[in-house]
Design a protein around this ligand. Structure first.
Ligand code: SAM
Length: 513
């Protein structure tokens, strides 16, 4: 945590460099590090609260060793390159132009799970993350990508060490940064860097990074993103060719172009913490992995399955007679599913158990409802399995079958809701012969099993959901990593359990009919 003298030195460094901070806000050193609070007046929306000179940010472009660092415009590569630039500045200490800013940053590796260590009495907090979304982000490699952990280590051994050997050629070995030092720089980048414009890219932005995160944020960073990627100029410059964008061609130079601005998006009450948002759709798993904290309640929480995980589950859970050939082959199935998922499926929005999701194909959201893509995955499997003729696998024929399943799903939901509420009202009845609903029974059982299997492998092995609350209550307050890991596992398990009960309820309704 930065002490108040570090914040004072940061602020005087800022004022020497032409930063402007609205006197209606104050940067303070609070119990959770640096924070920004409002003073005793209400601040209207659309007020500029801070102006940050473009030239003050620390980026790969502004780094004194810029030419030694392989550039990456975005993604993990950009984080690693910036961590390298930052690690060198941190090592330079008072010789770095950003020294007072760097001194105001957390001294320890911020609590992102990549660098959690085991405590003497509490074991490894990461164990509680088993099977969670955070675990998948941290340790599972996505198709053709190394896991986050191995990517950082690989970058250190392949790129960072070579750069260090040039930069610190004449330094004593003690002055050459270690892997641990690089981890520290990476964690600072992960938890506070911003993508500012097409010249600086991902950057450490003094003052902008003093704001904590809330979903209902008061402020956001404004920047003219579309500057010249070669020299950072907003107006036309030597690097422009005739195909340049109109906005840059016609831009008139203006003082404001030299600054990034923190601007309020709603009125800020007096004497309150002023929040930014690090991303409006970030789930607790994403906040934990990237920033090292979670929110008490996060409506963006969700669980995601990959196609490969669903395929594996189907192989394990469908009867042994089932094969991919029985649904036309794995790759054909996938291609058909992908095409179907992008359809409108408007009728499914009437469902209480399924939501339409354009961002995440196979997911369970914070209301414990499954995405239309996940529902379609199983519905399509069942439809195709019962269809032997290739003609019936024509997408248009399949859509008719699936629309019919949706109608039966909605009928069943209505029947289930009414039977659960004991209402004696007119409801669509199941036919005497329940066989038209047998695929729905199978669909409900498969979705319930999918959730049950994932819930059973979430969190520390052998610890039941019912125990998690007690364990959390007994944890000392200082075991923050373990606390966050258990909370995350609990939330995911309760979403899975709630989804599982809904589909089991539907299945029971069919079994009773
Ligand atoms: C960009 S910095 C914000 C300023 C930070 N408080 C500091 O000490 O410098 C991001 C870090 O602030 C903390 N943070 C931000 N928002 C938070 C929140 N809502 N709850 C808990 N910690 C938060 C986390 O440690 C995160 O890694």
């Amino acid at each position: 945590m930065a002490d108040s003298s570090a914040v004072t030195r940061l602020l005087s460094w800022c004022s020497e460099r032409d930063f402007w901070i609205d006197p209606r806000i104050q940067v303070i050193s609070g119990p959770c590090g640096v924070a920004v609070i409002s003073q005793d007046t209400t601040i209207p929306a659309e007020s500029i609260l801070a102006r940050i000179p473009r030239e003050s940010v620390l980026s790969v472009k502004s780094s004194p060793i810029s030419e030694l660092i392989p550039p990456h415009p975005y993604g993990r590569g950009a984080q690693l390159s910036l961590a390298l630039a930052l690690s060198v500045e941190l090592m330079r200490g008072a010789a770095s132009p950003w020294f007072p800013y760097l001194k105001s940053l957390p001294r320890e590796i911020p609590g992102i799970p990549l660098f959690w260590t085991s405590g003497a009495h509490c074991g490894d907090p990461t164990e509680w993350l088993n099977g969670t979304e955070a675990w998948k982000m941290l340790f599972e490699s996505e198709e053709n990508h190394a896991s986050l952990f191995s990517e950082i280590d690989e970058y250190f051994h392949q790129v960072v060490q070579q750069v260090y050997s040039q930069v610190f050629e004449s330094s004593s070995p003690a002055m050459v940064p270690s892997l641990h030092h690089f981890y520290y720089a990476y964690s600072l980048v992960s938890s506070r860097a911003f993508l500012v414009d097409s010249y600086h890219g991902l950057s450490m932005v003094p003052i902008a990074d003093a704001f904590n995160h809330a979903q209902e944020n008061h402020v956001h960073l404004e920047s003219d993103f579309d500057v010249c990627p070669e020299c950072g100029s907003l107006p036309r410059c030597l690097h422009d060719d005739t195909g340049d964008s109109v906005s840059r061609a016609t831009a008139v130079p203006d003082d404001a172009d030299d600054f990034y601005e923190m601007v309020s998006n709603l009125p800020i009450p007096p004497n309150t913490e002023v929040y930014n948002t690090y991303g409006g759709t970030l789930s607790n798993a994403e906040l934990l992995v990237q920033y090292g904290f979670i929110l008490d309640v996060n409506e963006n929480d969700r669980l995601i399955w990959t196609f490969a995980e669903l395929a594996q589950f189907s192989e394990n859970y469908l009867p042994p007679s089932w094969t991919w050939d029985s649904v036309g082959g794995l790759s054909q199935f996938r291609a058909l599913l992908d095409a179907l998922i992008s359809g409108p499926w408007e009728s499914i929005s009437a469902s209480e158990l399924v939501h339409r999701d354009r961002m995440h194909a196979f997911c369970l959201n914070g209301d414990a409802t499954v995405s239309h893509g996940l529902w379609l995955y199983f519905a399509l499997l069942l439809c195709l399995r019962n269809t032997t003729s290739p003609a019936n696998r024509d997408p248009n024929a399949v859509i008719v079958l699936l629309e019919d399943m949706i109608q039966r799903q909605l009928t069943l939901e209505l029947l289930h809701t009414n039977s659960a509420s004991g209402l004696d009202i007119s409801v669509p009845q199941l036919p005497d012969d329940p066989s038209p609903y047998s695929d729905m029974l199978e669909l409900a059982c498969l979705l319930a099993s999918l959730c049950r299997a994932r819930s059973a492998s979430t969190g520390k092995p052998g610890v039941e959901m019912t125990e998690l609350g007690d364990i959390l209550d007994r944890l000392p307050n200082d075991m923050n990593s373990t606390r966050m890991a258990i909370s995350l596992a609990m939330t995911e398990r309760s979403l899975l359990d709630s989804c599982m009960s809904s589909w089991e309820g539907l299945a029971e309704c069919l079994e009773l009919a």
